[in-house]
Design a protein around this ligand. Sequence first.
Ligand code: UD1
Ligand code: UDP
Length: 436
Amino acid sequence: MKIAFIIGTRPEIIKMSPLMDEVKKRGIDFILIHTGQHYDREMSQQYFDDLKLPHPDYNIGVGSTTHGKQTAVMLDGIEEILSSERPDIILVQGDTNAVMAGALAASKMHIPVGHVESGLRSYDKTMPEEINRMVADICSTLFFVPTEESAINLIFEGLNSNNIHITGNTVVDAVYRNLKIAGKYSDLDLNLDKDYITLTLHRAENTDNPQRLRDISDALLNLKETEIIFPVHPRTIKTLNKLNLYQPLVDAKHIHLMNPVGYLDFLVLLSHSKVVITDSGGIQEEAVTMNIPCVTLRYNTERPETVAVGGNILVGTDKELIIRTVRNILEDEKLYQKMSQAKNPYGDGKTSQKIVDIISRAYENNELKITPPDNIGGLEGRFIQKVEESIDVSGYVNKHPDTRIIVVFDGDKARFPHGDLQLEDKTIIVEKHSIQ
Ligand code: UD1
Ligand code: UDP
């Protein structure tokens, strides 16, 4: 079996790293394609060094440009590489333009796509990431979703529940593997005896909106009672400078700006933080994994599990609400305890093993082949049924082999149809297939 990993940006490098380690450990053949969307040393190479990843076999070198052009160049480059390499499956991770381009190029060539961190939805189509996630999922064969909620998002979009695997998120694997060695290798020069907040900011809807960026900067300048450490994404430096907001942040004594730091340094930074303020996706997950209260500078999140377990509070970009919420968390011991004890919803750190198990099984069973249908008819439609007998999902499917349970309603809560889920008194949506 040959796997092609496609990556383009910092979070993809980090979250794919445990999967690459696992594939390497099992002696599975793989190639690594970097689209070059992130190219500065501090946005790309330093993560390869930290995580001891192999040099990419290909780098498309797309660089920064408009979304359309960037996606087009990546599509073209990926297609060319895939036609000569012909992998058995490609893996993409998350929701960047590289993910959309990789999934689209491969699916048009009938090469199966495994989407890692599939099924996330913010239900906000103004975000470029939401479009990328949805396109990638439509093009995918195997869906590696972190939680039951993300599985249900896909089911409601009509995607095949047989191919949806709840695996957790590889972000937890990366944190568990690297946090224990991070301190040893980190040369971050921090006064760790002092309480501080870590801040990151790069989301397009914040950095491209002058009013939002001003409000966030004002809030940071006001939070004088706490030290704030801010590794600044290159995108954000550019827009802060354009709006004359950069220098006041540099001048503020309690704010410490720096270039993006390596992954091991960032783990050290985050794990010693009192609180993290961010608009990052991955950092919302890392915060709940490391028991650091998280304040998210967004109006929605595709990681609602972090809010549901109590580890994350969404504040949007309202200056007063940011200040009030941060002060509340720092001053209210009970709230602080509750947030820092939130249960991690993203798995046990074995996500990459589960994903490689699933891919290997699919390969051995000859399921990694995309072929046109040769049966007449196919679907006979869906129906809703209230189950009255004592039976679980596997039992039901064995008894009715021409059906597939799409979703189970447990009261008013939708559940993913796990094999051992009891169906008695529950309502199910079933899809019926004709048997040839
Ligand atoms: C991209 C992803 C976003 C992800 C983020 C991770 C998309 C649409 N966005 O956003 O989902 O959360 O990566 O960090 O795919 N730049 C540099 N050096 C670099 C890279 C970027 O200076 O190495 C600057 C350029 O001015 C560029 C800007 O940052 O125009 C934005 O970069 P881009 O890759 O388009 O988007 P990100 O904001 O990084
Ligand atoms: N990160 C890092 N150094 C930094 C800032 C972030 O190593 O200076 C890591 C962080 O640990 C997380 C990832 O980058 O794993 C998040 O990337 P980002 O916020 O850019 O993207 P998103 O997750 O929002 O797509």
